[in-house]
Ligand binder design. Structure first.
Ligand code: ATP
Ligand code: MN
Length: 270
């Protein structure tokens, strides 16, 4: 078996740090006992009480997204450096860690996935709630039928100035926030209807049924996406909002920031 160690050993040979994704307590302990090893824990919560921790806004099903997000967060927090070689250990098939990827941290190829949550105007919890809502809506649809939806999150005053009402705003005099279970039911009901939801930095639902009128100049979104995605992308270039779009036609949830597509997730994978 020495032969196998030689070959697979290359994966973790002379890495600058080990990045553990949602390890169990005992798994983490085994690493923290290794001398001179930097260990970074990444997860939705710091269940093992790790000294060095990067929080994930959701447990990305897609492994590439999960690792990218973790590394962008780790770079951003300064717990790893650009160019570091990392052994990223995560679970792919089972509950426990079963897979190790050797990845080089590259500040150049940042996708902005970490910034989307942590460096947006809106509260990270609000962004997370809206993303979860869009994923849930995408999974279930509305009474079994696929639905589309567009959520614009943050910088609501400016977004309101660059949009107009399509209909009476059911949230006009209310003080409801995303994340509240009642609101999720309401939003799902209203998502059958046209236009965008406008949500404030703190998560207050400012309006439904808004027709966005941003300038689409300089917006570069993938060809084949229609008006909802174009408007959703463009408003994030014109304002400091981010947008989360559920496509009625392909069922994917996409997030835009600064006029760019940052994240694409398939609700069925959650
Ligand atoms: N500027 C806009 N502001 C708000 N909502 C819009 C805007 N443009 C389109 N929409 C909404 O998006 C819906 C779908 O439009 P369209 O099919 O062109 O978009 P799309 O990007 O292809 O989205 P989908 O993938 O869901 O079909 C429209 O019925 C409307 O409710
Ligand atoms: Mn369409």
């Amino acid at each position: 078996m020495a032969g196998l160690d030689d070959v697979f050993g290359d994966i973790f040979a002379s890495v600058d740090a080990v990045v553990l994704f949602s390890p169990s307590g005992s798994y983490y302990e085994r690493f923290s006992a290794v001398d001179d090893l930097d260990v970074v824990v990444v997860g939705t919560e710091n269940a093992v009480g790790a000294e060095t921790f990067v929080e994930l806004p959701l447990e990305f099903e897609n492994i590439t997204d999960r690792i990218r997000f973790g590394l962008e967060g780790a770079l951003e927090q300064g717990v790893i450096d650009d160019g570091d070689d990392l052994a990223c250990a995560t679970s792919v098939f089972g509950d426990g860690i079963d897979t190790v990827s050797r990845v080089r941290a590259d500040a150049e190829t940042q996708t902005g996935i970490y910034d989307l949550f942590v460096k947006s105007r809106a509260d990270p919890e609000v962004v997370k709630s809206v993303l979860e809502l869009a994923i849930e809506l995408g999974k279930k649809g509305q009474k079994g039928k696929p639905v589309g939806a567009l959520f614009v999150v943050g910088d609501a005053g400016k977004v309101m100035n660059k949009s107009r009402p399509l209909s009476y705003n059911p949230f006009e005099k209310s003080h409801v926030h995303v994340g509240d279970p009642i609101v999720n039911v309401m939003l799902k009901e209203f998502s059958r209807l046209d236009g965008a939801f406008i949500i404030s930095d703190a998560g207050k639902i400012v309006s439904a049924y808004r027709y966005l009128e941003p300038s689409a100049e300089g917006v570069d979104i993938p060809k084949g996406l229609g008006a909802r995605h174009m408007a959703g992308g463009a408003i994030t270039r014109d304002t400091n909002a981010i947008s989360i779009v559920l496509s009625e036609s392909d069922g994917l949830v996409r997030a835009f920031k600064a006029g760019e597509l940052i994240l694409e997730v398939d609700p069925e994978a959650y």
